[in-house]
Design a binder for this molecule. Structure first.
Ligand SMILES: *Cc1c(COP(=O)(O)O)cnc(C)c1O
Length: 392
């Protein structure tokens, strides 16, 4: 499996075929497993083989196919599938941290990640320092010998800040800290967490993996030692394991993941280029545009800027809402990475509760729009955005 290219791994990686020789991967809707003898049960509870299962909260054949396939595509040895992206983030953090530990994280974080770090972990005596993720000197200063763990989004949601991941990993590892990367925006196809040496990568499979807005899911990817060690121990006892039906749907979605993500990312670049310099916009932000503040490092890390872009409409909230309400193909919603294109107004929805000073720091202005580019024809999408902007 190691030698296969991503496209091949996405279709065949981690397959487990039953005695019936099915072509399409089977869905094992079972929470338990029977043992031929009492001795066999005892042996399995003593030491679990790679192809042996005890209880679906610990593992299930369909879920294991999904874990093996997705983690190998992202460049890791193993994975643990979770009920949602947030179950993966929370599980990875709580499995590895204890009271008194110090965590350094980028400040441009998804709201729920910020809640887990500051409110939840804070209550259990974990100290969190937030830094400007784009400032290497800020990471250098914040990561100390006391730091146990570093957490960041490789590309931030919603304003697409890009972290110099190789630098952060080097500094963290020099101080003995583990690095966890949230790759929701980077996508499993363009993820560079493994290449940069990040210890764990967490993925909201709700996003590109499902890709059709159907179901929540998450995955923690890492070395076999970490995944089948502290991560599995924590996840299997606390109950955040993915159910077999979700694993099966998302496993089948992997067949087309590369095709979908590349098509959506290509369209995102075309839209970013078409919108840049538009008289009704203050700015367009997309990592692949040379005008992006971290363009150089973004392009060193990945060949694409991903499937999401952001822009700022002139005239604040009023003009912005008028434009959003005039869109005919883009849906006003708050998910991203769906095959249907989506427009989000972060300041009044996903980031509504963020204090104004933090919105200002992160560039989440009243005119800011996040666009998730779907699988429609890109010329239709550009025409839709253009007619909506023309109404201003
Ligand atoms: C969506 C998202 C999550 C959470 O994923 P869910 O599957 O919705 O729980 C975590 N981090 C980032 C960056 C996200 O965009």
């Amino acid at each position: 499996m190691q030698d296969w290219k991503k496209r091949t791994q996405l279709v065949h990686g981690g397959s487990r075929r039953s005695q019936y020789g099915e072509v399409s991967e089977a869905i094992f809707v079972t929470q338990g497993f029977v043992y031929t003898t009492a001795e066999a049960a005892e042996a399995r509870f003593q030491s679990l083989g790679d192809d042996e299962f005890i209880y679906a909260r610990y593992g299930n054949p369909t879920v294991r196919m999904f874990e093996n396939r997705l983690s190998s595509v992202v460049g890791y040895e193993d994975g643990f599938a979770c009920t949602s992206g947030m179950a993966a983030v929370t599980g990875a953090l709580t499995a590895l941290l204890k009271a008194g530990d110090h965590v350094v994280a980028s400040r441009a974080l998804f709201g729920s990640c910020l809640y887990v770090l500051q409110d939840v972990l804070g209550r259990f005596g974990v100290e969190v320092t937030l830094v400007d993720g784009t400032d290497n000197a800020a990471w250098d200063a914040a990561i100390t010998d006391q730091t146990a763990l570093v957490f960041l989004e490789s590309i931030s949601n919603p304003m697409l800040e890009v972290v110099d991941l190789a630098h952060v990993v080097k500094v963290a590892h020099a101080k003995g800290a583990l690095v966890i990367v949230d790759d929701a925006m980077a996508t499993p196809i363009f993820s560079y967490s493994a290449a940069c040496g990040a210890d764990l990568c967490v993925i909201s499979t709700t996003k590109h993996v499902d890709g059709q807005g159907r179901m929540l899911g998450g995955m923690i990817c890492g070395s076999k030692d970490l995944i089948r060690g502290p991560i599995e121990a924590y996840m299997k006892h606390t109950g955040g394991a993915m159910n077999p039906f979700t694993a099966w749907v998302q496993l089948k979605s992997l067949d087309t993941l590369d095709l979908r993500v590349r098509a959506q990312a290509g369209a995102a670049m075309e839209i970013a280029q078409a919108l840049e310099g538009h008289p009704k916009l203050n700015s367009v932000r997309y990592p692949q545009l040379p005008s992006h503040p971290q363009h150089d490092i973004a392009m060193q890390q990945a060949p694409s800027g991903g499937t999401v872009l952001a822009f700022e409409v002139k005239g604040g909230k009023e003009a912005c809402f008028k434009m959003l309400n005039a869109l005919q193909i883009f849906s006003i919603s708050n998910n991203f990475a769906d095959s249907k294109s989506i427009a989000t107004h972060p300041a009044t929805t996903t980031h509504q509760r963020l204090p104004q000073d933090q919105k200002d720091i992160l560039g989440i202005s009243d005119g800011a729009v996040r666009l998730s580019v779907g699988l429609e024809d890109v010329s239709d999408l550009i025409a839709d955005l253009t007619q909506a902007l023309d109404q201003l």
